[in-house]
Structure formats: C-alpha cells, structure tokens
Design a protein around this ligand. Structure first.
Ligand code: PLP
Length: 363
C-alpha cells in the first residue's frame, strides 16, 4: 500500500498521532453532534467547558499532577513565557538563576533580562553544549526567586533526565520538547511549561503546571492578561483561549492514555532513541552523534555525516524516500531527527534502513 503520510522527523511543529488527526478529521464539520466544528463554538458553552475540563483531568492523570498545582492552557508560545515567568515570579530588583544547556536556555535568559537579574548559574557553553554542566559546578544563589532549566534542548539535542536538587528555591522548567515523553515527578518543580507543538498538539498553545504558592507571588505591576493568577482564577478563560489547540491537546492526552500512559511512552521512546543512536554509533564513523552519551536527548538527535557535502544529498534523498524534515537546525548544520511521541518505532527503523543504504551508495 503506498504511504499516504511521510515519516515526519520535524522538530516542531511536529508529527501529531495519526489516530488523533483521524479523529479530528472525522468530527471536523460536526463536533459532538453540535452541527458545527469545535473551532466554531463558544469557549463558554457547556460542551467546550466539558472538553476543557476533561483535557485537564486527563493531563493530571497522565502526569500524576499533585493537588496544589494548577494547570493552565495559555498562548504566546514558550518564548513569551521566557519573559512572563520573571514578571510573575520575581519582585522588583529580584534575581533568578538560569542553567544554560543550549540555545533555548540562552534565549530564556535574554528574554528574562528586562524583568529580572538573570544570573547564569551554570552553563555548558564552553563545552559547545555537547554535555551538561556538572551539578557541582552550579553556583546557585539561595536568595534567587527561582532556578530555570531547559530539560531538553531541542536544537543541541541535550537532555537533563535527572531532576537536579536546587534546595528550597522553586525549580522552573521549560519542557517544551520533552513533556509527556516519560514519567516525571511534578512535585519536584515549582513551574513546568511547554509549547504544545512537539509532544502535545499544534502550535499556539502553551501548557503550564504551576504550584499554588507561586501564583500568590505579587510579581510586578502588569496588565491582567500577563498575570498567571488571573488565568488560574478564570480557568484559563480570561480571554478567548486557543480552542482548537486545547481540543487537539485533549485528544492527544486521551491517545496517550490509550497507549498505556507515560511509563509506556518512556519505554517506547527509549527504544526509539537507542535504535537511532546505535545505527549512528555502529556506522564506523560514517555518521556521528556529537553529544556526550549521558546527555543525549531521546527526543532530538542531531548527527553529522563524515563528509559535510553529503548533508544536502541526504536531505534530498531521504525526503524523496518519504522521510521528512531531517535537515539540521541552521545554527548547527548537519542533520537532526526528532523522535517525539507521535513518531513510531517503525519510522525510526525506516530511517536507520535508509541511513545504511545511503552509506553504501555514497561511500
Ligand atoms: N523552548 C524549547 C525547548 C523549544 O524547543 C522551543 C521551540 O520551539 C521554544 C522554547 C520556543 O517555543 P515557541 O516557538 O513556542 O515560543
């Protein structure tokens, strides 16, 4: 049977589970017997409110989110929250610690800087972000308003799998590219946030999990629309939410539950990543994954070909073979395969078979 859809290795917006897209397609014109698309209905109507509540309940269930945390469905992309987090969590003149492990951590610091003294308390920039900065090297300030980490650096392909102990200072994590990829102990964090366009659904939605005490911080004088406590008090309907994104996120959460939840996804993601790294490491130097083993991301795998001139050929030929979006990020060049939840093992096996064939043909 001819492939109707390519294997999609895009870093984001990224693959969405086919079952989710099919369900959305089947009810696109007539959702829930309403005679209208879910996109065409008021967010304040009972059917949408029920959908919204179910999505939250399913996410709570999937991630075992403890009481004492609020779940918010916001907009602005993760980037807006790089700025909004310090606005909400730090007082005038306050400071926050940032652990920078790649491009997105750098950007979080830059966007926070107008609102807080953003101290780089740990960084692997001197190692070209090829590894994580050792915990012992972090210079944490016990008086910081929070410690910010990026659990998975989407461009550099570096993942912080062990949640660091940062004492009593709340840990804030950008989990845009690894949320829902494996079980995580939410109680270790003060705030988790993620743009949806990798493991949750379409872009334009941000999911935030925030501990109640952080919502009580006065932060700065700011418009209501920026204040997380206002969003929480209004169940993320302070203004019109991204209803389509929320709906697709809800379908994805249901799909994840059907797949066996995050423990099952974690195991699958481990096997997928192991399969690809093994193909790279076992290629006698034809392909190379530069990241230190302990820091290798399960979600984003940057790699190179021994002869950089072959990159473009690889991208062209893999595309023709139905393997989408393998070109590396422009900041790094080379190649990158993103292996989010919606990418099945079959896709990874198709990629590794292609890689072997490519190496034989272009030796
Ligand atoms: N943080 C991480 C880890 C990312 O991968 C991205 C990429 O999209 C962002 C932040 C920025 O997200 P957005 O484009 O939604 O602002």
């Amino acid at each position: 049977e001819p492939l109707s859809r390519a294997w999609n290795f895009s870093a984001g917006p990224a693959a969405i589970p086919e079952a989710v897209l099919k369900r959305a397609q089947s009810e696109l014109l007539d959702w829930n017997g309403s005679g209208a698309s879910v996109m065409e209905l008021s967010h304040r109507g009972k059917p949408f409110m029920e959908l919204a509540a179910r999505a939250e309940a399913d996410l709570r269930d999937l991630m075992s989110i403890p009481d004492g945390y609020r779940v918010l469905f916001l907009q602005g992309g993760a980037t807006q929250h790089f700025a909004q987090i310090p606005m909400n969590l730090t007082p005038e003149g306050g400071s926050a610690d940032y652990i920078v492990t790649g491009h997105w951590g750098e950007k979080a610091v830059r966007e926070a800087a107008p609102y807080v003294t953003a101290r780089v308390a740990g960084s692997s920039v001197d190692a070209n972000y090829l590894q994580l900065p050792a915990r012992e090297s972090w210079d944490l300030d016990p008086g910081a308003s929070y410690v910010h980490i990026t659990t998975n650096e989407t461009i550099h392909g570096v993942e912080m799998r062990d949640i660091p102990d940062v004492g009593d200072v709340p840990l804030v994590a950008d989990m845009s590219s690894d949320i829902l990829s494996a079980p995580v102990d939410v109680s270790r964090f003060g705030l988790i946030y993620a743009g949806a366009q990798k493991n949750i659904g379409p872009s334009g939605l941000v999911v935030m999990i925030v501990r109640d005490d952080l919502l009580k911080r006065p932060g700065r004088p700011m418009a209501k629309i920026f204040r997380y406590a206002e969003h929480a008090a209004n169940d993320s309907m302070l203004n019109t939410p991204n209803t389509w994104g929320w709906y697709l996120a809800g379908l994805t959460f249901q799909w994840l539950k059907e797949q066996g939840g995050l423990a099952a996804m974690g195991e699958r993601n481990r096997i997928k990543a192991d399969t690809l790294y093994a193909a790279i490491d076992g290629s006698d130097g034809y392909y190379r994954a530069p990241i230190a083993h302990a820091a290798r991301s399960r979600m984003n795998v940057p790699f190179t070909i021994h002869e950089p001139a072959l990159d473009a050929v690889f991208v062209k030929e893999s595309g023709d073979a139905g393997l989408l979006a393998l070109k590396g990020h422009k900041a790094l060049g080379g190649l990158r395969a993103s292996l989010y939840n919606a990418v099945p093992l079959e896709a990874v096996e198709a990629l590794t078979a292609f890689m072997r064939d490519f190496a034989n043909r272009h030796c």
